[in-house]
Design a binder for this molecule. Structure first.
Ligand SMILES: C[S@@+](CC[C@H](N)C(=O)[O-])C[C@H]1O[C@@H](n2cnc3c(N)ncnc32)[C@H](O)[C@@H]1O
Length: 312
């Protein structure tokens, strides 16, 4: 059991943290060879053994640890508090920069739009019309925070915001942008050596607090049709999700969800690891696959830093 957990932490270090967070690459590799921490993780439910959850919980309880030795000592000193945080909280990283890779699709759709985000966390990706964008080589537009995004030549780079007349989110555990504890946890989930992401998150939370999006509590496998029925019929319904479907372990449940979305007769945007819907497709290492109505359309950076459009 601890062998599988160690492999998971090494995989996280190599495929997720490397190139993005040298600190988390080092700490995750440290955990992979730390018998005390591996034994602790093996006693937790499988869903709670995620590298991001442990790293964030240790940071939340003990502050940022800068090497595996300090991480080990901090863990031993506050093990029970760390366990409590891991059991109570979820990895709900809400990355507003993902709006920069959704916007090229949203801007091609006939407006006005009614947006539903499945797995919305605090709903920061439900506000693509309230942020600014700086697509490389193009004139920035919109208010702060400006979300930077690299594009390839094939990307239909937007030049303005789409009109959004209605929006709602769905989440197993909605976070509230007005709740300081919820937001402290969101900030802890941003990797510590990524200060630009942290400041964009900060700014996006301030934008959302001015007019918080509505997030309904519910499961994506059961609650979506009722929420979609509330959308105005004269707007284009868009159902989207980013970094969510990997939480649905069973392939048949993911396929069932796809069927539920298709039955809504809206537009379906999926921005997920390719493993969840197109396991045979290989793109840049660690990239997400953006699909529109099930059609693979672009590779994207998991945190929205770039998009490589390939659909004709
Ligand atoms: C990693 S966060 C992504 C948040 C947001 N989509 C983004 O990209 O910034 C995944 C979210 O999916 C939610 N989630 C996981 N499984 C779910 C389910 N079965 N039904 C609804 N939400 C779910 C989690 O609670 C969490 O808030």
């Amino acid at each position: 059991m601890t062998g599988a957990i160690a492999r998971r932490f090494r995989r996280f270090a190599e495929t997720e943290a490397r190139g993005h967070s040298p600190l988390y690459e080092t700490l995750a590799n440290g955990v992979a060879s730390d018998p005390d921490i591996l034994t602790f993780l093996a006693e937790l439910p499988a869903a709670k053994q995620q590298p991001n959850l442990l790293l964030a919980a240790v940071r939340f309880v003990c502050g940022i640890q800068t090497n595996p030795g300090d991480f080990h000592a901090a863990f031993l000193a506050r093990k029970e508090a760390i366990r409590a945080e891991m059991l109570n909280r979820r990895t709900q990283t809400n990355e507003p920069s993902r709006c920069a890779v959704l916007l090229p699709v949203l801007s091609l759709l006939p407006g006005p739009l009614a947006l539903i985000e499945v797995g919305a966390s605090a709903g920061l990706c439900l506000l693509p019309d309230r942020y600014g964008y700086a697509y490389d080589g193009h004139r920035p537009f919109g208010p702060k925070p400006l979300l930077p995004c690299r594009t390839n030549a094939a990307t239909p780079v937007p030049t303005t915001h789409p009109e959004i007349v209605w929006r709602a989110g769905l989440d197993l555990n909605p976070l509230d942008v007005r709740d300081d504890d919820d937001m402290a946890w969101l900030e802890t989930l941003v990797w510590p050596d990524q200060p630009d992401r942290a400041s964009r998150l900060h700014a996006a939370i301030a934008v959302a607090r001015a007019d918080p999006p509505r997030i309904v509590s519910g499961d994506l496998l059961t609650s979506l049709p009722a929420l979609a029925a509330e959308a105005p019929p004269d707007a284009t319904l868009v159902v989207f999700h980013t970094a969510v479907l990997a939480y649905i372990a069973a392939p048949d449940a993911r396929a069932r969800f796809g069927g539920i979305v298709r039955d809504l007769n809206g537009v379906w945007i999926s921005n997920e690891t390719p493993r969840v819907f197109h396991p045979g497709l290989a793109g840049p290492k660690g990239a997400f696959l953006l699909s529109v109505n099930g059609e693979p359309t672009a590779w994207t950076d998991p945190h929205g830093a770039w998009i490589e459009w390939f659909a004709k």
